[in-house]
Design a protein around this ligand. Structure first.
Ligand code: NAD
Length: 331
């Protein structure tokens, strides 16, 4: 039995997380949940959206499944997501993006992985204002850049991927992105069996839309990786499908790429597939590969039944109909 910290989160978080809990129960997954609360709803109670007991639970269990958490714009507390990644040193954000068989989208041949540096860059949140000028400090370190480069190449090798593309803007940001590229080039030399290329972020965005099938593993500093993974999610049908893992040496947090989607919260139409795909990553991380495959197959079969899908995928169904369909394919 594994104990996994469970954070339902804000907005659509509790709705989609409850689908995972029900489906895991149905599969008799050997997992017991350590339920903790973070986000907007606990601010009044704890004076913070991220109480210490949440961090303590993840440190103890070393693994968590997390629903999305709302970050108010321009005021209030620091992002819970960014704080968790920093405090637990979850330096790698892994976002696999693969076309789903049977789902009609603009592309049917996407199979790439975005590896995003998760702890520094512009997300350090070092901002200040002098009179009418607002500034931010973008921190890129040799240590974090090499760590994420090693993560990307090791992942490529272990998963029989052929190419790593490093994304940058070193033509303009010569010192910061220059340092990032120095790190990826150094590590690339140690993995001569894997093809290595570099792309400037603006060109990369266009290339991904024109020819997504040409990309395999993409490694990027924090902000570029964040934006590219949402872009890539759009290629395969949207945010309702894309999973993510935040991985460090001592802990890992699995979550969907999407946010708390306040526009559709409590309407029963949130797509639970992204968080279910994240829970498949979690099962594989725990080496529960058979269960992961079983759930993957049930989701693949469900995707082919357009009527049971949520509106974001063009279906007429809702969260209940997707859940029930998946459960029917598990039996
Ligand atoms: P969002 O991802 O919440 O929503 C973007 C669009 O995608 C919305 O139209 C939404 O309805 C749709 N969408 C997202 N997930 C969906 C799903 N599962 N099923 C169907 N449709 C879905 O992005 P946003 O609106 O920019 O952000 C809302 C809040 O979430 C913000 O406070 C933001 O900071 C936060 N956020 C949190 C995380 C996280 O916790 N990891 C990630 C991104 C954004």
């Amino acid at each position: 039995m594994y104990t996994v910290t469970l954070i339902p989160g804000d907005g659509i978080g509790p709705e989609i997380i409850s689908v995972v809990v029900e489906i895991f129960e149905h599969m008799n997954a050997p997992i017991s949940w350590d339920l903790v609360e973070a986000g907007e709803k606990v601010i009044e109670k704890y004076g913070t959206p991220l109480p210490d007991y949440v961090i303590d639970s993840i440190k103890k269990n070393k693994i968590a499944l997390k629903g999305p958490i709302t970050t108010p714009i321009g005021k209030g507390f620091r992002s819970v997501n960014v704080t968790l990644r920093e405090k637990l040193n979850l330096y790698a954000n892994l976002r696999p993006i693969k076309s789903l068989e049977g789902l009609i989208t603009k592309y049917d041949n996407v199979d790439l992985v975005v590896v995003r540096e998760n702890t520094e860059g512009l997300y350090k949140g070092i901002e200040y204002k002098i009179d009418d000028t607002a500034c931010t400090v973008r921190v890129i370190t040799k240590n974090a850049s090499e760590k994420i480069a090693y993560f990307a190449f090791k992942y490529a090798k272990e998963n029989k991927r052929k190419k790593v593309t490093a994304v940058h803007k070193a033509n303009i940001l010569k010192i910061t992105d220059g340092l990032f590229l120095e790190a990826t080039r150094k590590v690339a030399k140690e993995y001569s069996e894997i093809e290595y290329e570099e792309k400037i972020i603006d060109n990369m965005s266009m290339q991904l839309v024109l020819n997504p099938e040409k990309y395999d593993v993409i490694v990027a500093p924090n902000l570029y990786g964040d934006i590219l993974s949402d872009l890539a999610a759009g290629l395969i049908g949207g945010l309702g499908l894309a999973p993510a893992a935040n991985i460090g040496e001592d802990a890992a947090i699995f979550e969907a790429v999407h946010g708390s989607a306040p526009d559709i919260a409590n309407k029963g139409i949130a797509n639970p597939i992204a968080i279910l795909n994240s829970s498949i990553m979690l099962l594989n991380y725990l080496k529960l590969n058979e269960l992961a495959e079983k759930l993957q197959n049930a989701i693949s079969a469900t995707i082919k039944d357009i009527d049971s899908l949520t509106p974001d995928l063009g279906g007429k169904g809702n969260i209940e109909s997707i859940k029930n369909k998946i459960i029917s394919f598990l039996d």
